[in-house]
Design a protein around this ligand. Structure first.
Ligand code: ISL
Ligand code: CA
Length: 554
C-alpha cells in the first residue's frame, strides 16, 4: 500500500459565501476564513477545500466562472487568497481549490467571442449545433430543469448547457481548449495550491453523435456521463498538470458506480487521487426529488461494502462524505435531528472517519447542524431547488404546503445557510442580515456552545481526528464487514499492520442487541471512541444504545 499524505488527511470543506463575513456586507469572504484559521487548526484538519472563489456572475454561486485567474469581488482579492494560503501552510494545512472545467460562465470572454460568429476562433471552445425540427438538437435535459440546449439568435444555432443556460459546456474535443485549461491549472499549481476538487469531471466527454437519451431520469446521461473519451482526457490533463506536482485530485463524479470509479482512481492509471461518489446519498430519493423514500440500512451497508472491497482489492481510493454544499444535512436524513441529534451526528461522523478513504467534513457538520425549515417557497435561493419547484408546480399533483415540505427536506440551501458561530444576532456570521436566511436553531446549535461543552459534537470530532493521526490503521487498515444481515447495526473491522479496529454503529433510535461470537476472535479490546458514557468494556455480545457508536482498538 502506497503511503500518501492525502490518504491520511481529513479535509474540511468551506463554502466561502456562508462561512464568515469579515466586512459586514452579509456575504462570507476570504478574510472571514482567515479569521477562523485557529478554529480549523483546533479541529485538527489537514486540508481545506474551498468552493469556487473565482470571478463569477453567481448564477450558480461560483460554479459559473467568468475568469479563472481572478477572485470574485465579493470574496476579496488575489492577495487575500495568497495570504490565506500562506497562513494555512504555516499551520500545515493544505489548500484544495475547486476546478469547474466542464463548463464556464456565459460571461467568460471565451463564450463572448464564441457566440459572435460561426467562424470566430473561439467558436469551437463550446458545443454548438443546429436545431432539429424547429426544436433543440436532442432531448437532453439540464440538471436544473428544462432542455440542455439554448437557442442563440445571433448565429441561429443552439449551445449545450448541462446546467444553467449561463453555464455553457466547454468543448473538450478541441485540443486548443484543453491546452488553455492545462495552462490555467499549472498557473494555480505554480502559485502553490495543493490540489483540486474537479467539478462534474466525468461529464467532459460527450458522445459526438449527440443521440436522444432514454425517457427516464436525467435524460441523456448515458451519452454525456463517463463518455467515450473521458479517461483519455483525464489522463492527458493529469500528465500535463497535477502529476508533475504530486497534487491531490478529487474528481466529482455523478452517475459513477464502483467499477467506473475504479477506472478513475486505480493508482496505476494515474488519473485522480479519489472520486466523490453519489450512490450512498441516493437512498432517500430513489423515486425522485418530490418523493421522500424510506430506506434500508442493509442496502447502505451492502453498497458501502462493495465500494470498500472493490477499491482495496484493486489499489484504488475514495473520499468519504455525507454532507457538502449540494446535500441536505445528514443528521436530518440518516440520523435524528431531534432527541438524538448529538448522538446520531457523532455516530454518522464515526462511520466516515473509520471506513477506508479520506473523510471530508462540511462546515457545520462538526457541530451537528441540521436541515432548515423555510416558511415560504420564495425563501429558497438555490438555482436547482427553484428549478425543481417549478417542475413540481407544473405537474400540479402537490399543494404548495407539500412542496414546501419537500423543498425543505431536499434543498441544497440546507447546507448553504450561514455557519453558526455563536448565539448573537445573525449567529456571529455577520452583523447585518446574511445573503441567505439562517437556520433558526442557531441559539442552540453553534460553535461557541460546542467549544464550551465536553460532550459536544465538536469535541467528539476533534478526538476522532486525533485518533486517525495516532493510529495508521484508520487510514490503511483493510475493511471487512461483520453482522452483514443486521437491520440496525453497521459493524466492521479494519485490519492494520500494528493493530485492528472494531467499529459498531447503531443506526436506530432503540437499544439493539448484538452478538459477535461467531464472527470475530478478540481477546482484548480497548474502547477508544464512544458517543455515550462508557457502559462496559468489550463484550462479544451485548447491546448498543440509540445511535451508539463504539470504536475498539484490538
Ligand atoms: O446537487 C446535486 C444534487 O442535489 C447534483 O445534481 C449536482 O448538480 C451535481 O452533483 C453537480 O454538482 C456540481 O456541479 C454543479 C453545481 O451546481 C454544484 O454545486 C456542484 O457541486 C454545476 O457546476
Ligand atoms: Ca463580506
Amino acid at each position: 500500500m502506497n503511503k500518501k499524505w492525502w490518504k491520511e488527511a481529513v479535509v474540511y470543506q468551506i463554502y466561502p459565501r456562508s462561512f464568515k463575513d469579515s466586512n459586514n456586507d452579509g456575504i462570507g469572504d476570504l478574510r472571514g476564513i482567515i479569521e477562523k484559521i485557529d478554529y480549523l487548526d483546533q479541529l485538527g484538519v489537514d486540508a481545506v477545500w474551498l468552493n469556487p472563489v473565482y470571478q463569477s456572475p453567481n448564477d450558480d454561486n461560483g460554479y459559473d466562472i467568468s475568469d479563472y485567474k481572478d477572485i470574485m469581488d465579493e470574496f476579496g482579492t488575489m492577495e487575500d487568497l495568497e495570504e490565506l494560503m500562506e497562513l494555512l501552510h504555516e499551520r500545515e494545512i493544505k489548500l484544495i481549490m475547486d476546478l469547474v472545467i466542464n463548463h464556464s460562465s456565459d460571461e467568460h470572454q471565451w463564450f463572448q467571442e464564441s457566440r459572435k460568429s460561426k467562424s470566430n476562433p473561439y467558436r469551437d471552445y463550446y458545443i454548438w449545433k443546429d436545431g432539429k425540427n424547429d426544436g433543440p438538437p436532442n432531448n437532453w435535459k439540464s440538471f436544473f430543469g428544462g432542455s440542455a440546449w439554448k437557442y442563440d439568435e445571433q448565429t441561429d444555432q443552439y449551445y449545450l448547457h448541462l446546467f444553467s443556460p449561463k453555464q455553457p459546456d466547454l468543448n473538450w474535443e478541441n485540443p486548443k481548449l484543453r491546452q488553455e485549461i492545462y495552462e490555467m491549472i499549472n498557473w494555480w499549481l505554480e502559485k502553490g495550491v495543493d490540489g483540486f476538487r474537479l467539478d462534474v469531471i466525468n461529464l467532459i466527454s460527450k458522445d459526438q453523435r449527440f443521440p436522444d437519451g432514454a425517457e427516464a431520469g436525467q435524460k441523456g446521461h448515458e451519452y454525456f456521463a463517463n463518455g467515450p473519451r473521458v479517461h483519455e482526457f483525464v489522463q492527458e490533463m493529469a500528465a500535463e498538470t497535477f502529476n508533475n506536482y504530486e497534487a491531490m485530485t478529487v474528481g466529482e463524479t455523478p452517475f459513477v458506480d464502483k467499477d467506473e470509479a475504479l477506472k478513475f482512481v486505480k493508482e496505476e492509471r494515474k488519473e485522480f487521487s479519489m472520486v466523490i461518489p453519489f450512490e450512498h446519498l441516493e437512498f432517500d430519493r430513489k423515486e425522485g426529488w418530490d418523493k421522500i423514500t424510506d430506506w434500508d440500512l442493509t442496502e447502505l451497508k451492502d453498497l458501502m461494502s462493495e465500494w470498500q472491497y472493490k477499491l482495496q482489492e484493486n489499489n484504488g481510493w475514495t473520499s468519504l462524505y455525507f454532507c457538502n454544499h449540494d446535500q441536505p444535512r445528514i443528521v436530518s436524513r440518516y440520523g435524528d435531528d431531534g432527541e438524538y441529534r448529538k448522538e446520531s451526528a457523532k455516530m454518522l461522523g464515526t462511520m466516515l472517519h473509520t471506513l477506508r478513504g479520506t473523510p471530508f467534513i462540511y462546515q457545520g457538520e462538526e457541530i451537528g447542524m441540521t436541515n432548515i425549515s423555510f416558511e415560504s417557497l420564495d425563501d429558497f435561493d438555490d438555482i436547482e431547488t427553484r428549478g425543481y419547484i417549478k417542475e413540481v408546480q407544473a405537474k400540479g399533483e402537490l399543494s404548495e404546503d407539500e412542496i414546501l415540505e419537500i423543498a425543505n427536506y431536499r434543498t441544497r440551501d440546507n447546507a448553504r445557510t450561514p455557519m453558526h458561530w455563536n448565539s448573537n444576532k445573525y449567529a456571529g456570521f455577520s452583523e447585518v442580515e446574511p445573503w441567505l436566511k439562517l437556520n433558526t436553531n442557531y441559539p442552540a446549535v453553534n460553535v461557541e456552545k460546542d467549544l464550551a461543552a465536553e460532550d459536544s459534537v465538536f469535541k467528539y470530532y476533534q478526538r476522532m481526528i486525533s485518533l486517525r493521526k495516532k493510529y495508521p490503521v484508520f487510514a490503511y487498515g483493510e475493511y471487512d464487514i461483520l453482522l452483514k444481515e443486521d437491520q440496525n447495526i453497521y459493524a466492521y473491522q479494519r485490519r492494520g499492520e500494528e493493530n485492528n479496529l472494531l467499529i459498531l454503529l447503531n443506526f436506530s433510535r432503540k437499544r439493539v442487541d448484538y452478538d459477535l461470537t461467531e464472527e470475530v476472535e478478540v481477546e482484548t479490546a480497548e474502547l477508544i471512541l464512544n458517543n455515550y458514557q462508557k457502559e462496559a468494556d468489550f463484550e462479544l455480545s451485548g447491546s448498543l444504545r440509540p445511535y451508539e457508536a463504539r470504536v475498539y482498538l484490538c
